[in-house]
Design a protein around this ligand. Structure first.
Ligand SMILES: [Fe+2]
Ligand SMILES: [Fe+2]
Length: 347
């Protein structure tokens, strides 16, 4: 990989599929990765993609290009006979740009003809908002917009779960991204919470915490978040700070509900006391943190990562039940198995 050559802060960026960067091609645009709040060039325009570079690039979850370069990409795609479809996804909208559609979610849901369309709309809008939040990495959170997403998610999912689950498992993308993961954990937490008797208000709280459980990752360097190999001890310690960071960010935004704060703070605690940040044991771990912790692991296992392919729902549930039995509440594990026992899309 080329050395970092400079930082650029005044562009707007969008992602580029890494399979567009093929061996033998000479790129005519700069490519970036995100490092803290900066976009750092990893390949300069004019670089030849060697076989070794192509392999390294495939391991990077997100490669960015400047939006102003999208015309250059079209020329590049034509020159190398690549398939243009989805090569350059739509530019990520800013939080401000997202807010009008988020605040209209209720109205949009009423216009949807089917339940599936409703779920797709709320899934798409919530994920896009979370993407914009992580993309901008501003620690001032759009609380009203998050409220609107949580309301819409609970509205759609506070009902007989069987049809909702099969639709959800179909629409969740297989590739892991932090914004989809946040939405997925919120959704699974509502489904699990409802089946274990939570009230509507509690479902709102658990969904809110699910959506923001990894918000502390804003403060973690992207190169660490996306590192395709195992982390060194120091890197693990840095990564584990995201639960403390998450608590701080929520408090700084005036969120005071202790159930939400605890759920975000303790979502990596394990029943056997081997979790973090406080090595809490058993019932010392707050209920919502236990719900979110299980949904977090399930979603992480069933989505593709840079270092492995995804497990099916069935495989993930078996792992949670057999290999992680000491870590998770049996009641939640068994409820989750009853709800989600069917294989995930494509597997
Ligand atoms: Fe986490
Ligand atoms: Fe997570």
């Amino acid at each position: 990989m080329q050395k970092v050559v400079r930082r650029v802060i005044n562009h707007k960026y969008t992602t580029l599929k890494s399979d567009m960067l093929i061996e033998g091609a000479v790129v005519n645009f700069d490519c970036y990765i995100k490092r803290f709040n900066n976009y750092v060039i990893i390949i300069e325009a004019g670089t030849l993609i060697t076989a070794e570079l192509a392999v390294k690039l495939k391991r990077i979850e997100k490669i960015y290009i400047a939006v102003q370069d999208t015309d250059k990409i079209r020329g590049y795609i034509e020159r190398y006979g690549l398939k243009e479809k989805n090569a350059v996804p739509n530019p990520i909208r800013s939080v401000q740009e997202m807010i009008p559609s988020v605040m209209r979610l209720n109205e949009i849901l009423q216009q949807c003809e089917t339940f599936e369309n409703q779920l797709q709309s709320v899934y798409q809008t919530t994920s896009e908002l979370m993407e914009a939040i992580f993309y901008e990495s501003s620690e001032t959170l759009p609380l009203s917009a998050l409220d609107a997403c949580v309301d819409a998610l609970v509205h759609c999912l506070n009902r007989d779960e069987s049809d909702a689950i099969s639709i959800i498992l179909r629409i969740i993308p297989e590739a892991y991204t932090t914004h989809h993961h946040s939405t997925n954990v919120a959704i699974f937490s509502i489904i699990l919470g409802r089946s274990t008797g939570l009230t509507k208000e509690s479902l709102r709280e658990v969904a809110y915490a699910g959506l923001l459980h990894d918000i502390g990752k804003m403060r973690i360097d992207q190169s660490l978040l996306l590192k395709p190999t195992y982390l060194e001890t120091k890197e693990v310690e840095r990564m584990q700070q995201h639960s403390n960071f998450g608590l701080e960010i929520l408090q700084n935004n005036g969120i005071a509900d202790p159930k939400i704060l605890d759920a975000v703070h303790y979502h990596h605690e394990k029943l056997d006391g081997n979790g973090y940040p406080s090595r809490l044991r058993g019932k010392m771990i707050p209920k919502f943190a236990r719900i979110i912790g299980m949904c977090d692991v399930f979603d992480a296992l069933t989505t593709q990562r840079t270092f492995r392919s995804n497990y099916t729902s069935y495989e993930a549930l078996i792992m949670i039940k057999q290999q992680m039995a000491d870590q998770f509440d049996e009641y939640y594990t068994d409820t989750f198995i009853r709800l989600l026992g069917s294989p995930r899309k494509g597997k």
